[in-house]
Design a protein around this ligand. Sequence first.
Ligand code: 8YV
Length: 323
Amino acid sequence: MTEKPKILVTRKLPQAVERQLEQNYQPLLNPDDRLYSTDELISLSEGAAAILPCHTEQLTAEVIDRLPDSIKIIANFSVGVDHCDLAAAKARGIVVTNTPDVLSEATAEIAILLMLGAARRASEGERMVRSQEWKDWSPDFMVGIQATGKRLGIIGMGRVGQVMARYARDAFGMEIHYHNRSRLPAELEAGATYYDTVEDLLPQCQFLSLHCPATPESIGLLNAKRIALLPEDAIVVNTARGALIEDEALHAALVSGKIAAAGLDVYNNEPTGIFPGYRDLTNIFLLPHIGSATRETRDAMGFRALANLDAYFAGKEPVDRVA
Ligand code: 8YV
């Protein structure tokens, strides 16, 4: 009988996923969920045929070049693959997969939460109640901005962007405007208005939600020049990647009031190195990268990563192959 392939699992996964992994593989699990250093990751990979990492593992070209020859596939537990140098993996003949589809609804839910939380001043209000600073009610107390019927701009109309568009349209009657690398077919566009360039889209966005991956082209996409194109009092939401935003520019626009509020779930240098100025602002709603953090979705992400491993080890093409 051939030996079950060894899989390095870098983080603690949902229990049901780990039990399933144990059926077909020899997983090297991380029950304490410790973040491995690069050296540890490389030495633990010795003799393994696959790595099942999260976006918390920086699989740069240098790291990939140092992986042992035994590694044949990197089956990510994430849809984003900006933490993984695909060209370096390809050059070494290492297959790379991700987990699309299964987290679109959970992430769009958080985008809606951020949109409403920022527009309706949720964290400011919550802090006020907790600290017993709430003393009075008046007609102008905690007045925010209504989402219903407004124009929502979406940059990146992929799977998550499309669900966000649907939720915003169906629940709040929002008018959807979007930019994407290419225009969607009419049935997926569902009445949304397409713009060829980000510059053309921005002046329409009373609300703006970012849903594109972080790539060399999109890093720093929302900079001071582009923020200036937004209408006064716009609201910016980011559930995609922190790298899409130039923090100093967003911070300045929140301080000056050019932007009414922002809702962020992802950050440059998260979790410990996030732009410090954000913490001092009241007009920002901050969450700790929990877009896909539901029981249902985390299970589904794990099983999707497993399905990719199963396909690979059965000699088939993994459905979510990205390199
Ligand atoms: C995940 C995400 O929590 O899948 C992604 O790309 O950003 C998150 O929703 C994370 O990546 C898990 O590795």
